[in-house]
Design a binder for this molecule. Sequence first.
Ligand SMILES: Nc1nc2c(c(=O)[nH]1)N[C@H]1C(S)=C(S)[C@@H](COP(=O)(O)O)O[C@H]1N2
Ligand SMILES: [Mo]
Length: 528
Amino acid sequence: MTGAVRTARRRDAALAGIVAIGAGIGVGELVAAFVAPTGGPITDVGGLAVDLAPAWAKDAAIALFGTADKLALIVGIALVLALLAAAAGVLESIRPPIGTLLVVAAGAAGVVATATRAQFSPLDLAPPLVTAVVAILLLRQLVRLAARAAPVAQAVLTPRDDSADAEASASPPTGPDRRRFLAWAAGSAAVGVLAGLGGWTLRTGARVASAARDAIRLPAPVTPAPAIPADAAFDLDGLTSLITPNAEFYRIDTALQVPVIDPAEWRLRVHGQVEREVTLGWEELLALPLEEHAVTLACVSNEVGGSLIGNATWLGYPIAALLERAGVAADADMVLSRSIDGFTAGTPLEVLRDGRAALLAIGMNGEPLPAEHGFPVRLVVPGLYGYVSATKWVTELEVTRFDRARAYWTDRGWSERGPVKLSSRIDVPREPVAAGTVAVAGVAWYQHVGVERVEVRVDGGDWQEAELASAISDDTWVQWRFAWDATPGSHELQVRAVGADGIVQTSERRPPAPDGATGLDRRTVEVR
Ligand SMILES: Nc1nc2c(c(=O)[nH]1)N[C@H]1C(S)=C(S)[C@@H](COP(=O)(O)O)O[C@H]1N2
Ligand SMILES: [Mo]
């Protein structure tokens, strides 16, 4: 093979690599737009690059490119990826299956990087997997077609191998094999570009909404949340923080893609068994007298000792006031709230109207609601599990009756009504401890009723009263701690709460379905 022919073959193989991997990334971006709105192959590699880059490199990038540093990063990543892709193509053509193995390794790295992210859900694996599979299949196919179309065939047909002829035969011949290769390459490139553009367009919507969110200045509440008592939080390593930061707040919903709502276009329709339908827009809502309340939100799927619970200060307008405006029919007993993506929750009217802080919320811990927590507007109702009350991305309140309407989870084996159960959790100690006085601590909750007392027992002994911190209100969890005189050996700690209504937390173990888990949290601790 002459140098010119070899160059031509390498060029085709490099093209095959770039097209195959580019198309894989394009399709991966499209998949990511649906399942992982904040991620995607390019941004994931970018995030990894940012995380792994030494500080001086980051500083240099910011100094060189300023606020365009992210664009520069993306361009840089695209260039590096193109080089690697070309290399994979060439390697696959001269030393198969090394090119394929390179893509497999990159895909595996993507999967590991994704799976070890803080807020991981299995669906997040789809973009890297799809990227890798599409890239591998196309790489093999294109390299095969390129080999078949290779100019070396021409060189064999025209054995006079002086370099002028080789030069001529190395310039693209137009045989059917070569046309096939070029058609596949062009087709794959087109699919990749279209998929990538599709993904990008889908996400521009998300960017528009997040820009709208950034621009929001929340109005000050007319009724601010009462100051948090100084003795509401114990200073103890590992104990759940009294207010859950938004970024750490558990997220549960059925939304594969976080709904994107431009607040300017948001409307809430109150209808059904009402005297007059009410429609509320974003600006109108902001102009209403808003209230701020701390409320602990819990998921019915939370296992005993689980973490599907969080406490935040919510800013919003009382749902009761809105219902009053609409004029509720006397025989109605439920509000079916509906989100833009079709999720529904059925909330008892009496709960919404008994004076508790049931809010049409727009703010969470001083910020507009994060997209994942219902931006721009959601419901929060103290005392009820989220599935019957806390509709995110809410757009409709239908006043109706329990014997007429069914909500999303009621059709799937969960109870129609979901009052939160009295519960308690041990947070510390988490590790083996040294003998002596050991701090045992955690949280207990019984939203809208209140926790009266928390008790701890060791190795099944007598229940001993723990110290309760001041509660923010009956609508929030409360911290507790207990000074344990720990002796060497393995010990089992158990906790139970007593409600303000005198009820003692049951030790009977029941699973979350159909209306919330029961049983006592326990922890085995090694004492040295
Ligand atoms: N639109 C919508 N709202 C929803 C849900 C949902 O699937 N879709 N899940 C509910 C459930 S089951 C819970 S526990 C809470 C969780 O709220 P968070 O994700 O803000 O913690 O949201 C509720 N609101
Ligand atoms: Mo939930």
